[in-house]
Write a protein that binds this ligand. Structure first.
Ligand SMILES: Nc1ncnc2c1ncn2[C@@H]1O[C@H](COP(=O)(O)OP(=O)(O)OP(=O)(O)O)[C@@H](O)[C@H]1O
Ligand SMILES: O=P(O)(O)OC[C@H]1O[C@H](OP(=O)(O)OP(=O)(O)O)[C@H](O)[C@@H]1O
Length: 323
């Protein structure tokens, strides 16, 4: 109770308490110098160097807390935000109200937790397209997105205008959606469902279960989200800017090289930098160039730089950045 009282005046920031997004989120917080010590089993941690409290929650619940404005900021999967959105809109439609959305605003993608929510069916089974599953049973943890997806398919199949908003979800879906909380891939083999809607990253889980993907419902990455009216907008901006800086540092390396002035135009085409390269004059008509390069492209960039006459090419890790 004492800890709950000490939340007064602090920006509340929800982070995944376990699962796929937990470790990458903790690394991001460390990079953004958000210092805290989490007591054993406690789901609230006070940040030592900023007026922030971290709230450790399941990734699936974070859009609810942020959407209702109970928590100011959150990190979760875009799939979870869209699922919450779909659930809120379906509930509003059920009560006869217009779609109102989840109340979560995306600030930035975070560059980890990439996966796709996909329709999957047995590899050697009789279903080839998602439309073949209309009227059948589909297992998923994402019941609202799945219901919307099949509502659209059913509307298209019945010749009705494509349903773009959730309020046009038919009262009674022909397709039966079965809610499963995990190990969804087991549902087809065990006869619980004809197809599933589940997350795919490498595809290993899917293939091991003898399934194949036939459609994509949502493409997802981890995102930083905020509520519509956060308690301290300046602090939200500060955190967003620190986090963007860390993400950029993770994505880029600094490439430095020397080249004769006559080769600079060709070389800086290869390394244009994030904004522009830094060029410093050296003696004897040579220049030193320093430029940010995407980590995943650096080997090719070094090959090309060598080809246009660059020397002494160095690649340095970037610890942090700020725009
Ligand atoms: N294989 C994956 N690769 C990349 N990101 C994933 C993967 N699986 C899940 N995610 C992302 O991580 C989020 C949380 O999934 P995760 O399975 O870790 O949840 P969890 O909180 O541990 O819940 P559960 O108890 O249902 O497993 C997902 O919503 C998705 O955005
Ligand atoms: O395509 P892949 O790389 O194999 O990843 C996909 C799997 O990862 C997630 O599950 P997770 O392992 O987090 O456990 P869960 O099934 O308990 O949610 C997801 O639900 C899939 O099952």
């Amino acid at each position: 109770m004492e800890l709950v009282n000490s939340l007064e005046g602090r920006l509340l920031f929800a982070v995944p308490k376990k699962g796929r997004l937990n470790q990458a989120t903790l690394n991001l917080l460390e990079g953004a110098d958000i210092q805290f010590r989490r007591e054993n089993r406690l789901d609230i941690a006070l940040v030592k160097n900023l007026p922030i409290a971290l709230i450790f929650l399941p990734a699936a619940d974070i859009p609810t807390f942020v959407g209702q404005g109970r928590v100011d900021l959150g990190i979760t999967g875009w799939d979870q935000v869209k699922e919450h959105d779909a659930a809120v809109n379906a509930a509003a439609a059920h009560g006869g109200a217009p779609a109102q959305g989840s109340g979560c605003e995306m600030i930035t993608e975070l560059g980890f937790g990439a996966c796709k929510l996909q329709v999957q069916v047995p590899e050697k089974g009789k279903y080839a397209t998602s439309a073949d599953l209309i009227g059948r049973t589909v297992g998923t943890s994402f019941v609202s997105l799945t219901a919307d997806f099949f509502a659209q398919l059913e509307a298209q199949a019945s010749g009705a205008a494509a349903a773009n908003d959730d309020s046009s979800r038919p009262q009674k879906l022909q397709t039966k959606i079965v809610e499963l909380s995990g190990s969804v891939e087991a549902a087809c083999a065990l006869g619980v469902a004809d197809g599933i809607v589940d997350l795919v990253e490498s595809g290993e889980t899917m293939r091991a279960a003898g399934l194949k993907a036939i459609d994509t419902v949502v493409e997802s990455t981890a995102v930083l989200i905020k509520s519509r009216s956060p308690s301290n907008p300046d602090l939200v901006d500060l955190i967003a800017s620190r986090i963007r800086g860390v993400i950029t540092a993770q994505r880029y390396v600094l490439c430095q090289y020397n080249i004769e002035r006559s080769g600079v135009a060709a070389a800086t085409k290869i390394t244009p930098g994030k904004r522009a390269p830094t060029i410093t004059s050296l003696d004897d008509g040579w220049v030193a160039v320093s430029s940010m390069v995407e980590k995943k492209k650096i080997a090719l960039v070094m090959d090309e730089l060598t080809r246009v006459g660059a020397h002494d090419i160095l690649v340095l890790d970037i610890h942090n950045t700020r725009e």
